[in-house]
Design a protein around this ligand. Structure first.
Ligand code: NAD
Length: 359
């Protein structure tokens, strides 16, 4: 297994491998770039088919966090951690504490958060061994109520606002009433996105691998249930991928009838070629890490110790102007939106920032 010559290595500053025989922990921490601040990114636990697959995943996700935080103008670098194992069978308090010690050994260059296979209670166990954990604090809402550290509500709101920007740019409309939206995956983010859209008068089609998740949308939001294959070819205005990565590929892009792709999932493009393909087909793609940064904005304010719901909300609203800048530049330079997003992010993280409050 190559590391330095790995196709996804992309100049990572550090890649750390952690092993704790007692708890069975096998984990990787990848720190892509810390020019703008400490690397913050979630800790994923997944039963990877091989160590190579785990390395590939952590490198790609870690790089994505650098771009995401830079584009969102946050004082953070990019990093990610993966634990190799089945969260339903192998996740124990001992293993999580060992992970906490592993994170601590990176001396604050990496700060962890929740991701697939880990939850806020898991992170709280890690805090017994390290303080470099985000997304665990109860947070005040705008109405004064407290909510858990889970950043999903902020991610969903950001995706909703970003989806509106893309619809405005591509379809010239700001009113979502009657807008047809297909959502793939109605979990933590997808369901909340569906609620925002429903409240704005949109018509919804949803799919998920779990029936109860679909039924919740049908019963509460009047959504129409469709199969996982049907979701791509529906005659809708917007396709919102909110499940897993790699779903914009040779097989799916040609099926899309939507004018806009705007959703929460990370690494939606199977390869950059598929971003070009979307542009060729006249489909406006809201780059994933630009539209789904609401969660990282949320945990960044938590880390900085000044969680003011209004300031967080205002920052999330800036996803609108960032996307509009990307769409406008992409149109005038005749480039796909993912290429422009990468350029803007690189301009921001390639030199250390000045005047940013540290996270
Ligand atoms: P989640 O696990 O709560 O929800 C994902 C949903 O997708 C689940 O209900 C799952 O059953 C469903 N799903 C999985 N495979 C599917 C398939 N093939 N077809 C249809 N449905 C499928 O996760 P989440 O927190 O809602 O995150 C959704 C996506 O957004 C992920 O890609 C995640 O990495 C990304 N994301 C999440 C956040 C956040 O704050 N939670 C932030 C940024 C990005």
């Amino acid at each position: 297994m190559n590391v330095f010559s790995h196709p996804d290595f992309d100049g990572h500053e550090r890649v750390l491998f952690g092993h704790d025989p007692k708890s069975g922990l096998k984990a990787i921490i990848a720190i892509h770039n810390t020019n703008l601040g400490p690397a913050l990114g979630g800790c994923r636990m997944w039963p990877y088919a091989s160590e190579g697959e785990a390395l590939k995943d952590v490198l790609r996700l870690s790089r994505g966090m650098t771009y995401k935080s830079a584009l969102a103008n946050l004082p953070l670098g990019g990093g990610k951690a993966v634990i190799l194992g089945d969260p339903r069978q192998q996740k124990t308090p001992e293993l999580l504490r060992a992970m906490g010690r592993f994170i601590e050994s990176a001396n604050g260059h990496y700060i962890t958060a929740e991701d697939s296979g880990t939850s806020v209670p898991d992170l709280k166990i890690m805090t017994e061994e390290t303080s470099y954990v985000a997304g665990v604090m109860e947070k005040p809402c705008a109405d004064g109520h407290l909510r858990s550290g889970d950043p999903s509500p902020s991610t969903a709101y950001g995706v909703y606002r970003g989806l509106m920007s893309a619809v405005e740019f591509r379809m010239g409309r700001t009113d979502l009433s009657g807008l047809k939206v297909a959502i793939q995956g109605v979990g933590n983010v997808g369901f909340r996105l569906a609620k925002h859209l429903h409240e704005a008068g949109a018509e919804l089609w949803v799919t998920d691998i779990y029936d109860d998740m679909v039924q919740r949308c049908v019963n509460e939001l009047g959504a129409k249930a469709v199969s996982s294959d049907e979701i791509y070819s529906l005659d809708v205005d917007v396709f919102a991928p909110c499940a897993m990565g790699g779903i914009l590929n040779d097989e799916t892009v040609s099926q899309l009838k939507a004018k806009v792709v705007a959703g929460a999932a990370n690494n939606q493009l199977e390869s950059p070629v598929h971003g070009n393909l979307l542009r060729d087909r006249g489909i406006l793609y809201a780059p994933d890490y630009a539209i789904n940064s609401g969660g990282i904005i949320d945990v960044c304010y938590e880390r900085m110790g000044n969680f003011d719901p209004k300031a967080v909300n205002d920052h999330i609203e800036s996803i609108h102007s960032t996307l509009m800048e990307i769409f406008t530049r992409a149109e005038s330079e005749k480039q796909p939106t993912h290429v422009i997003a990468d350029q803007v992010a690189r301009e921001r993280f390639s030199k250390p920032a000045e005047n940013l409050q540290s996270a």
